[in-house]
Design a protein around this ligand. Structure first.
Ligand SMILES: C[S@@+](CC[C@H](N)C(=O)[O-])C[C@H]1O[C@@H](n2cnc3c(N)ncnc32)[C@H](O)[C@@H]1O
Length: 215
C-alpha cells in the first residue's frame, strides 16, 4: 500500500535502555490516539499545546512543570525518546503531558477542528541532501494541514539550526495563507532541546519562526 506521507523521520529504534523499555509498558495509560481521548484529557486544563517531534522531551517536561494549567500533547516516533519521557512523567508525577506515538500528520488530519492554542516543532529532521528535501516536515502542505487544528490567534512555533531549511521555511511562509508572522515567541526562551544545545555548542545559529493563525 502507498504511504500517505513520505516519512519525515529516520526510521530507527535507537539504543533503548532496559528502563525505557519497562516504561513503555505504561504507555497506554499516558497515550492519546484520537480526538475523543484528547477531549477527555483536556477537561481539567485551560490550554492545549502540541509539540511535534519532542526527541527526549526535556523541553516538554520543563514547559509542563512551568505551566500546570496547560496540557501538553507530546508527539514522537522515536521509541527510545517516548520511553525516556514516560520515565520522567512517572518519576516527577507529571499530570499535564499526554503522549502521541507515530506520525503526527495522521492524527492531525483526523482532528478537523481548532483545538490547539500552540503547536511547536523544534529542530525537525533537517534532511540536508537535496534529494531528501521532499521528506522535510515543514512545507506548504504541512502548513495547510495544521492550519485547521490551531485556534484563531493560536501560534505555530518552528525552529531549525539548518540555514538551508530556514530559507525554505521562509519561502513556505511567504506562499502560505491564514497566518501572520510574529517577531518573537515565548518559546525562544524555554529550555533548550538536545538538538538546540548541540547546534549552539557547534556554533550554529538557531532560526525561529512564529506564526499566528489569523483566519
Ligand atoms: C532532529 S529531532 C529533534 C528532537 C527535538 N525536538 C530536539 O530539538 O531535540 C526531530 C524529531 O522529530 C521526530 N519526528 C519526525 N517526523 C515526525 C512525525 N511525522 N511525527 C512525529 N515525530 C516526528 C523524529 O523522530 C525526531 O526525534
Amino acid at each position: 500500500m502507498r504511504q500517505k506521507y513520505l516519512p519525515s523521520f529516520v526510521k530507527r529504534r535507537g539504543r533503548i535502555t532496559k528502563s525505557q523499555e519497562n516504561n513503555l509498558n505504561h504507555l497506554e495509560k499516558f497515550e492519546v490516539s484520537n480526538i475523543d481521548d484528547i477531549s477527555k484529557a483536556k477537561i481539567s486544563f485551560s490550554k492545549l499545546t502540541l509539540e511535534i517531534g519532542f526527541g527526549n522531551g526535556d523541553n516538554t517536561l520543563a514547559l509542563a512543570k512551568a505551566n500546570p494549567g496547560t496540557l501538553y500533547l507530546a508527539s514522537e516516533v522515536y521509541i527510545a525518546g517516548i520511553g525516556y519521557l514516560l520515565g520522567e512523567i512517572i518519576k516527577n508525577d507529571i499530570q499535564n503531558i499526554k503522549l502521541i506515538s507515530g506520525d503526527i500528520r495522521l492524527l492531525i488530519e483526523q482532528i478537523k477542528k481548532p483545538i490547539f492554542d500552540d503547536v511547536l516543532i523544534i529542530c525537525p529532521d533537517p534532511w540536508p541532501k537535496l534529494k531528501h528535501h521532499k521528506r522535510r516536515m515543514i512545507n506548504s502542505e504541512f502548513l495547510k494541514l495544521v492550519h485547521p487544528v490551531i485556534k484563531n490567534n493560536g501560534n505555530l512555533f518552528m525552529s531549525t539550526d539548518w540555514k538551508n531549511y530556514a530559507e525554505s521555511i521562509e519561502e513556505t511562509i511567504l506562499e502560505s495563507n491564514g497566518y501572520k508572522r510574529l517577531k518573537s515567541s515565548i518559546y525562544e526562551k524555554s529550555e533548550l532541546t538536545k538538538f538546540q544545545k548541540r547546534a549552539m555548542e557547534e556554533g550554529r545559529k538557531i532560526y525561529t519562526f512564529t506564526l499566528k493563525k489569523v483566519s
